[in-house]
Write a new protein. Structure first.
Lengths: 157, 473
């Protein structure tokens, strides 16, 4: 086997190792929820949104119990006509993500049914929600700035 | 690191140039060029690692792999079977890297949507410039395989070609055959260096003064809810994006070409006043020329081009333009954008060819721009649905009237600058007659460029974050 061929094989192996590394590298973040939310909130219009300080609201809306997760941050409006909200959760284990995604998705569907037909502006926001699990973090956002917020979230991790 | 940042302008570039021009090996031109390539390569890796500390490893793997492939192809030049196998493997390897990092999420998401499956995938951040440098690598591999260029046997020169920081992040896509000779032999004259500075300042001005200004108007429009926007506001928004993307991308290309000249390289022109085009075909001869040339040379012509009859040519155009759309992004709106142009080019070439030539030039220009502006809606939107909704607004569907206070405010506050930028993009200022006195002309240019540079510095101080739109590709 010639040296060039050996070089190619080494590079294929290195690429495989790199891909495994990147997948894991990208998956878990050491950042705290407080650090991430600080970055995220800087690009989102949170005027008029309340902060859930005692996990009561986040438990009521999403069934998130403080002991089950590393931490969570939730901004919401107390006006029934304002659908904007932001949820950032640091998972204890990335496998928790799937169950939480299901819960949130079913909640969104109910909200969409509720608003469709009579509140087109709110309905449009709900249609463009972002719900993503990035390693050990989950973000759910309903906002005019949803895409921008998500980009900032990725940068913050 | 971006060109339009203080770190680049006042630290990275001066230090790199100072080391690059260190008077070593003056009497040995071969050694001198090797030293220059090494410095350029190291500086480029630092430039890339500045924003992509992890993905610089991917780039290094890619460099070593493709360098080895080049040698392998050369060693097997008499064994056609082996040579073909190495070539096919190399193309698959490079496309696999691009596909994995750029398209895997998109593919899995669509599989999940279509088949209601729940395949879990991790969204990876896109390695900056991967689409550009993969295409450069492929140009090398394909040209070596075809025998158009000889194998590069110096890994530093090869790495310098792939990593060259002036055009690494957002092009122009430099084909290896265009730069092969320059890697081993290039001269840097005072004239070339001066031209490089002028190109760079022009690009910086386009980006910081024009693109950022008009981009802010577009952002203002986008911040409006899509249910409270008038027809004129919608048009104003997308016209601003039309100007923004031109000045942003052509500004980057000018800076890249200028930087290339500072280091002794001549890159191909990437833009030639595309908004002065009088047909879609003409537009694509003037817009992102290096990408169109790449697809022409490495996809369209190998597929048969127009040599195998009209039907096959139409299929080939459709393939090329779907790929062009996909190259820009892993999203349906980009594929739709590519397909949109594919269909238009087919119609223009095979259906309306004679009819178009009978239309007055001014009207042809207006129609072309109308299509281009609508095309940018697909490009700028987050999704295909958002794009179609926005096009609806432009034609009154769900718009809040024809004209509103937002449109009036935007026109009053930005109308003049938009008009000036429009004329500039059209090439009006470039075609203005020069002063007859050569000396006065030079003084006029120098003062003009100094003023533009000073304005750019002022912008840099107030606006510290200046990403380029094409970085995401």
């Amino acid at each position: 086997m010639n040296r060039a061929r050996i070089g190619e094989i080494i590079c294929v192996v290195l690429l495989a190792v790199f891909m495994v590394f990147v997948c894991n590298f990208d998956s878990d973040s050491d950042k705290t929820v407080a650090q991430v939310k600080k970055e995220v909130v800087s690009v989102m219009n949170v005027d008029g949104l309340l902060t859930d300080k005692g996990y009561a609201k986040v438990k009521k809306e999403f069934g998130i119990i403080k002991a089950d997760y590393e931490a969570a941050y939730y901004r919401y409006s107390d006006s029934v006509m304002d659908v904007r909200e932001l949820l950032i959760v640091k998972l204890k284990d990335s496998s928790q993500g799937d169950a939480l995604v299901e819960t949130i998705e079913s909640r969104i569907k109910n909200k969409q049914i509720l608003f469709s037909g009579y509140a087109p502006q709110e309905s449009a926001l709900l249609e463009n929600y972002i719900l993503k699990v990035q390693g050990n973090f989950l973000i759910y956002v309903v906002s005019e700035d949803a895409q921008e917020v998500y980009e900032q979230f990725k940068k913050a991790l | 690191m971006v060109f339009s940042s203080a770190t680049f302008l006042f630290v990275f570039l001066p230090v790199t140039l100072a080391i690059y021009f260190l008077p070593l090996f003056r009497n040995d031109k071969t050694k001198e060029i090797k030293k220059k390539n090494l410095i350029l390569c190291v500086a480029s890796l630092i430039f890339y690692a500045w924003g992509e500390p992890v993905y610089v490893l991917l780039m290094l793997i890619s460099i070593f792999f493709n360098f080895s492939v080049g040698i392998d192809l050369d060693m097997n030049r008499l064994n056609k079977g082996k040579r073909k196998a190495v070539f096919v493997f190399a193309v698959i390897f490079n496309l696999f890297i691009l596909g994995f990092f750029k398209y895997s999420g998109f593919v899995i998401e669509n599989i999940n949507n279509i088949f209601s499956t729940n395949i879990v995938f991790k969204e990876l951040s896109l390695p900056v410039g991967i689409s550009f440098y993969t295409f450069q690598i492929l140009s090398y591999i394909i040209d070596v395989y075809r025998g158009k260029v000889s194998t590069q046997k110096n890994i530093v020169s090869f790495a310098a070609y792939i990593t060259m920081f002036p055009q690494l992040i957002a092009g122009p896509i430099v084909q290896y055959s265009d730069i092969e000779k320059q890697l081993s032999e290039r001269t840097i004259t005072v004239e070339k260096f001066s031209a490089g500075i002028l190109f760079f300042i022009r690009g910086l001005g386009k980006k910081l003064i024009f693109a950022n200004t008009v981009g802010a108007v577009y952002t203002q429009v986008m911040e409006q809810s899509t249910t409270s926007i008038s027809v004129i506001t919608a048009w104003l928004g997308i016209i601003c994006y039309t100007l923004q993307i031109y000045f942003d991308f052509s500004g980057y290309s000018d800076m890249a070409i200028g930087l290339g000249k500072l280091f002794g390289f001549d890159f191909i022109q990437n833009f030639n006043y595309p908004y002065s085009a009088k047909s879609i075909t003409d537009f694509w001869r003037r817009w992102h020329i290096s990408l169109s040339s790449w697809f022409r040379d490495y996809v369209y012509i190998p597929l048969g081009g127009n040599r195998k009859g009209t039907f096959r040519a139409i299929i080939n155009i459709a393939i090329v333009w779907s790929l062009t759309g996909l190259w820009h992004g892993a999203a349906w709106n980009f594929i739709a954008w590519g397909f949109f142009y594919g269909i238009l080019l087919i119609v223009e070439k095979y259906v309306l060819k004679d009819a178009i030539e009978k239309i007055p030039a001014a009207l042809r220009h207006v129609l072309t721009m109308l299509i281009v502006v609508i095309g940018w809606v697909f490009f700028s939107s987050d999704s295909l649905t958002a794009a179609l909704n926005y096009i609806g607004l432009m034609f009154g569907v769900k718009a809040t009237g024809f004209f509103d206070s937002t449109a009036l405010y935007l026109l009053r506050s930005n109308g003049f600058s938009i008009a000036v930028m429009g004329l500039s993009a059209f090439g009006v200022f470039a075609s203005m007659p020069k002063l007859k006195n050569k000396k006065a002309n030079i003084i006029f240019q120098v003062v003009g460029y100094l003023l533009v540079f000073a304005a750019c510095i002022a912008y840099l101080i107030s606006e510290t974050y200046n990403p380029f739109l094409y970085f995401r590709f």
